[in-house]
Design a protein around this ligand. Structure first.
Ligand code: AMP
Length: 249
């Protein structure tokens, strides 16, 4: 079974992001970039499927600038077999990304596509769902467990107040939640080996996809800074403050 995994290059989760002075976006100058954490979980799941003998080939795909090759090489070091970069310097919205992924799906014909549930930079949480709509494949989103049996897939999903298990006919789309697995680290020998694995560079034009956006970002602002809290000495004082200062009870 061929597995396609979508990985996005994002600002590292440890970085405190700064908004550009002109409010046009997030300042990326000299900022550490990494693979989106949910995409790391997606790669790990694919590697585990390969280790179980379920997956035969893992292809990782990223859409973005040439520097996203770094994250593709990381995925190759973690166990993917080959990589595809769809190179574009444009600010792409989710629908454009989903259309490009659909073109890659058409080209590669994977049986399973794994994406993160969301990218931690834009927090969109919609690319996997859009890809499912474009391909017509079943989707198992927010997966905390994935089991393949024959030509179907059981996905346990994290839903409000519990877990739901759905059965999908392959080919299918899965998006990963935090509890699906704990990603491994790449070993030094594997990082070296990954340098020799194939990495194909495509363009939206070559895939026949127009990426013009119908959404324009008007302004990006940092959240308002919260004023410092205080400690009260007793429940009575708390109630008094809620009543007379905050006037909420
Ligand atoms: P989002 O819908 O933007 O929150 O992203 C959800 C998931 O879609 C990510 O975790 C990735 O697996 C995939 N994805 C989004 N943008 C890209 C991109 N530029 N390149 C590759 N995969 C992406």
């Amino acid at each position: 079974m061929k597995v396609l995994v979508a990985v996005k290059r994002v600002v590292d989760f440890n970085v405190k992001v700064r908004v550009k002075a002109d409010n046009s976006g997030v300042d990326l100058a000299n900022v550490k970039m990494s693979m989106n954490p949910f995409c790391e979980i997606a790669v790990e799941e694919a590697v585990r499927l390969k280790e179980q003998g379920v997956a035969s080939e893992i292809i990782v795909v990223s859409i973005g600038r040439s520097v996203a090759q770094e994250q593709l090489r990381t995925a190759l070091a973690l166990g993917a077999d080959r990589a595809i970069l769809v190179e574009s310097a444009d600010e792409l919205n989710s629908l454009a990304v989903a259309k490009l992924l659909k073109a890659v799906v058409d080209k590669e014909q994977p049986q399973l596509v794994i994406l993160g549930k969301q990218a931690i930079d834009s927090d969109n949480n919609q690319t996997g769902q859009m890809l499912a709509a474009l391909t017509g494949y079943g989707q198992g989103t927010f997966a905390s467990n994935v089991e393949v049996s024959g030509d179907s897939l059981a996905v346990t999903r994290e839903v409000d107040g519990g877990a739901q298990t759905v059965s999908l006919k392959l080919p299918a789309i899965v998006t990963t939640d935090l509890r699906l697995n704990e990603p491994r680290y790449a070993s030094l020998p594997n990082i070296m080996k990954a340098k020799k694995k194939p990495l194909e560079v495509l363009t939206p034009d070559a895939l026949g996809v127009a990426t013009t956006s119908s959404v324009r970002i008007l302004k990006v602002e940092a959240p308002a800074t919260r004023s410092a809290g205080i400690k009260v000495k007793s429940v009575a004082e708390l109630v008094e403050k809620l009543k007379n200062e905050a006037k909420v009870i």
